[in-house]
Write a protein that binds this ligand. Structure first.
Ligand code: HAM
Length: 465
């Protein structure tokens, strides 16, 4: 805005007159597009999702795990698949500061060692499986490892409603169980999770499919590739590319016409080997026995390459945000990450989409702010007595607030109301002289004096009422 030499042009003067000074001089820090700050009720909603998960998944025998937010690129390339959009287009790649300089100079990452090629995790499964291999969590013959996580994930997608670049998932990974009962239990637990979060189960759509395994999928893939090539003149450029690298993704093409054409393509369920067909049938029998409703969607292929056999996805019918969760079996993934052949299954749900979908159903994940006790002093002379009373209550585990801004008693009561305090401890010169405090019930405004020694039990008794 300031022209060279310091002269100000007319438009600058006009702008300066109506704009606050702050606009000219302050750099207003902004969050990255497609990221969100979690605080207040939204933060409590995220914590609530974790609390419900801890209770429910705990009952199914899952323990919490946390893996690093950064992994070597190869962990994702091997696990999620080189040809997936997640790996090709959406992964946030990072290098440390000094290497970044080199990279800029050389203009290529060719000189980087695999250890130096890092990425922010776009999903949780590959990292958890990498951790299971590295820490030998599923030794031969041992019980399965059952792990759950609540973590931020990072995908460089175009931000829109329910699609963020940093989002949060609650997920589970069950490593070492090949039994179709594990697939069914995962799905049953997932549907119970939505119910406990407040969803109306009749307004959720669970879709399932089987994608076959190493024995039958290659031949099926080839059939789909051939189908796409046979219909090349009707398909988009992306699908023609997919035919060679990942033909099954064409079932999910964003182009309506391609999806229309793909309706006649060979379906996985008609191309399963006997073992996969039996596994799928058994999963459905278990789901039926548990009374879980589902729709079979033979075009459900998911966007990650590690899946084998069972895959599933959940949508809120009136949510308008796409899938609120998904998962499946990945019997080959442990080997892809360098471990012994070990079956696995899991799912993940997206916090932000769940919050949106639940709101669309008229529900909410938010839990009320916990109530508190407020300690009010009538003047600065009582500051020390207020300080001690506040400390005593907090040490007894009571959520306690006090004034730190020298407000009047009236504004302290207002503040106490705002914070949802049920009881106020009031301390004035009389109380200090009598070594006592006054307890004020914030609803009835009834006041009682109690000796200082009786503060904690008297407040606790009132809160328990
Ligand atoms: P996913 O289907 O890619 O699966 O993601 C799971 C859920 O994360 C989605 O259903 C959605 O709710 C949420 N989500 C995904 N991308 C975004 C985004 N950009 N913004 C907001 N929410 C998003 C997985 O990640 C697999 N790791 C699940 C799994 C675990 N499979 C086996 N084990």
């Amino acid at each position: 805005m300031v022209a060279e030499g310091g002269a100000q042009d007319a438009s600058f003067v006009a702008a300066a007159r109506c704009a606050p000074r702050a606009r000219k001089e302050h750099h207003m820090a902004q969050r990255v597009q497609g990221t969100e700050d979690l605080f207040g009720g939204y933060m409590r909603a995220w914590q609530h999702m974790q609390d419900v998960a801890r209770d429910l998944f705990g009952a199914y025998g899952f323990d919490m795990v946390e893996t690093p937010a950064i992994e070597q690129v190869d962990t994702f390339v091997h696990g999620i698949g080189e040809s997936t959009d997640v790996v090709r287009k959406e992964m946030f790649r990072i290098v440390s500061g000094a290497l970044f300089e080199n990279l800029l100079e050389q203009g290529s990452e060719a000189g980087l060692k695999p250890k130096q090629r890092l990425a922010m995790r776009p999903e949780g499964t590959a990292g958890v499986v990498r951790a299971a291999v590295e820490n030998n969590m599923v030794p031969q013959g041992a019980a399965p490892a059952k792990l759950w996580y609540a973590e931020a994930m990072f995908r460089g997608e175009r931000p829109q409603k329910g699609r963020l670049r940093q989002f949060h998932q609650v997920g589970v990974e069950w490593l070492g169980a090949a039994d179709p009962a594990a697939d069914a239990e995962c799905i049953i637990m997932l549907m119970e999770y939505y119910k406990r979060l407040g969803f109306d189960p009749s307004r959720l759509r669970l879709s399932i499919n089987s994608m076959g395994d190493a024995a039958c999928r290659p031949a099926y893939r080839e059939k789909v590739r051939q189908f796409i090539l046979d219909h090349a003149d009707e398909m988009c450029e992306d699908c023609l590319e997919r035919a060679e690298i990942n033909p099954l993704r064409s079932f999910d093409c964003k182009n309506d016409h391609c999806r229309e054409v793909m309706r006649d393509a060979p379906l996985a369920k008609d191309n399963l080997c006997d073992d996969c067909a039996e596994h799928y049938a058994q999963v459905k029998r278990y789901l039926d026995a548990a009374g879980v409703s589902y729709v079979e969607d033979p075009t459900l292929v998911r966007g990650l390459d590690y899946y084998t056999r069972t895959v599933f996805e959940v949508e809120a019918v009136d949510g308008g945000v796409g899938a609120i969760g998904g998962g499946g079996r990945y019997d080959g993934l442990m080997e892809l990450e360098g471990g012994k052949p070990t079956p696995g299954i899991g799912f993940a749900v997206g916090f932000e989409r769940i919050a949106l979908a639940l709101a669309a159903q008229g529900g909410s994940l938010e839990t009320p702010q916990p109530g508190c006790v407020y300690v009010a002093g009538t003047s600065a002379d009582e500051r020390e007595a207020v300080f001690s009373a506040t400390l005593a209550l907090r040490q007894a585990g009571v959520r306690t607030e006090a004034d730190y801004q020298g407000r009047s008693l009236k504004s302290q009561f207002k503040q106490a109301d705002k914070l949802g305090a049920r009881v106020c401890v009031v301390i004035g010169p009389d109380e200090v002289a009598a070594n006592a405090v006054t307890l004020r019930d914030m609803e009835t405004h009834e006041q009682t004096q109690v000796p200082v020694e009786a503060l904690v039990p008297a407040v606790s008794a009132r809160l328990a009422r």
